[in-house]
Write a protein that binds this ligand. Structure first.
Ligand SMILES: Cc1cc2nc3c(=O)[nH]c(=O)nc-3n(C[C@H](O)[C@H](O)[C@H](O)COP(=O)(O)OP(=O)(O)OC[C@H]3O[C@@H](n4cnc5c(N)ncnc54)[C@H](O)[C@@H]3O)c2cc1C
Length: 403
């Protein structure tokens, strides 16, 4: 009589890049594992194009339904939010009181926005960290123009990281498009990036950052470095000792690790990440992936995908009695779009800029989609990126601001 091998319960929490990648890999071994993916959102949020969605692109580019990703895969998808971990019973509890027992747990909860307690920012600044936030910001850009027949005095983007740069660089063209289809005439547009440090992209090489600064200035985006946001109210923002009139302030300047970890007594490093061993385990059989893990390139989608894959491979190895392999960080390629037809690429020591950079960026996006979708679905989705802007307003369905 053959002995039936017990299937291992793998519980993955977080339906982002890391969680999805791990689940996809493990689904190939569904005869050996019961796989449960628990996530607060029903979609994989494709963050790299959120700035595009905030400036008028189609939502399908940034929201990929988990049901589509896991179509025909033996994965149980649960909509829910993790509340606590019970180490003694190897179980997790969700906010709605459901309990899941695990043999192995993968946690990939992503990060949350951090406003550093700056007065008024959380109440008055926009953010683009979710589809809902990006949509709200997009609606505001439109509604302000229609109500005032002219642009805001200043469009202020706080934070000169990749997200702040990408968004700020896209704004002049998008606002001109909105003004054109609503026949509002030509108006000057003032977009400013505010950065507390003395350089944009401080973790990247200076010449690369300088080239991006030059490009930003050439498309009309000004940079205020060494500038600390002090407070914001409904009509202005105070930066150092100067007041800037604006109803359009976007916060892209800070994130913090997910509060679940602190609440559940994980060891947190001085960088705010979760301490892990060489297999990305915070504790035996509890793996940490993506933005949460203390790895050299944490904070990038490419890293999160790599983490999810590495952890899943080790879980399979371990199941079949092989040694797990030590985690090796993946070298990353940085590609930052600065306006619709220019991207800055940093690939090891090589740097290149402009149209070829944009081609690289498009290739990176199709690769991102292909990591989670079959190639034909990834290609179909990616092609939607190239849709031309409609001449009828996608928000108010009019060419003159009237419904
Ligand atoms: C605006 C923006 C632009 C970016 N652009 C780029 C870029 O161009 N290139 C790049 O490489 N990286 C980019 N990043 C970073 C990249 O998106 C992240 O590094 C990546 O998403 C991390 O993947 P993750 O799986 O760790 O977390 P996430 O992708 O954030 O996924 C976390 C998942 O956990 C779920 N979750 C959260 N809390 C709970 C809970 N309590 N219970 C259950 N589920 C929960 C969430 O719903 C989500 O599905 C960008 C980030 C932002 C915010």
């Amino acid at each position: 009589m053959t002995e039936k091998i017990k299937k291992e319960n793998i519980v993955i929490v977080g339906g982002g890049f890391a969680g999805v990648k791990a689940a996809l890999f493990l689904s190939k071994y569904s005869n050996f594992f019961n796989i449960t993916l628990i996530s607060e959102t029903d979609n994989l949020r494709y963050y790299p194009l959120l700035y595009k969605f905030a400036t008028g692109a189609n939502q399908v580019l940034v929201s990929i339904p988990l049901t589509k990703i896991f179509q025909n895969k033996k994965i149980k998808i649960v909509h829910g939010s993790i509340a606590s971990l019970d180490r003694s019973t190897k179980s997790i509890h969700l906010v709605d009181n459901q309990t899941f027992n695990f043999d192995k747990l993968i946690l990939a909860l992503g990060v949350v926005t951090n406003y550093f307690g700056i007065d008024g920012i959380e109440d008055y600044a926009y953010s683009i960290k979710s589809e809902a936030e990006a949509m709200k910001f997009n609606r505001h850009l439109h509604d302000y123009l229609i109500a005032n027949h002219q642009p805001d005095d200043h469009y202020v983007v706080i934070g000169a990281g990749p997200t702040g740069i990408e968004l700020a660089a896209e704004l002049p063209e998008y606002l001109r498009y909105l003004m054109k289809i609503h026949h509002l005439g030509r108006h000057a547009i003032k977009v400013e990036i505010i950065e507390a440090l003395n350089q944009l992209l401080p973790r990247l090489p200076k010449p690369y950052a300088q080239r991006i600064s030059k490009k930003l200035i050439s498309i009309g985006v000004s940079l205020k470095l060494n500038s600390k946001v002090i407070s914001q109210n409904d009509s202005e923002i105070t930066v150092n000792d100067q007041t800037i009139k604006s109803k359009t302030v976007v916060w892209t300047a800070g994130v913090a690790n997910h509060p679940f970890y602190k609440a559940n007594n994980f060891l947190i490093t001085q960088h705010g990440k979760i301490a892990c061993d060489i297999f990305l385990q915070a504790e035996d059989n509890i793996f940490i992936a993506g933005d949460n893990a203390n790895t050299p390139f944490s904070g990038l989608a490419q890293t999160a995908l790599h983490d999810g894959q590495s952890i899943a491979e080790n879980i399979v190895r371990n199941h079949f009695g092989y040694q797990m392999k030590a985690y090796k960080p993946k070298n990353i390629i940085t590609v930052i779009p600065v306006g619709p037809k220019f991207s800055a690429v940093l690939w090891g020591k090589k740097k290149f800029y402009g149209f070829y950079g944009s081609v690289m960026r498009h290739l990176a996006d199709i690769d991102g989609y292909m990591n989670v979708l079959p190639w034909y679905s990834a290609l179909a989705l990616w092609l939607k990126y190239f849709h031309r802007r409609p001449q009828t307003c996608p928000i108010c369905q009019s060419t003159n601001g009237q419904n």
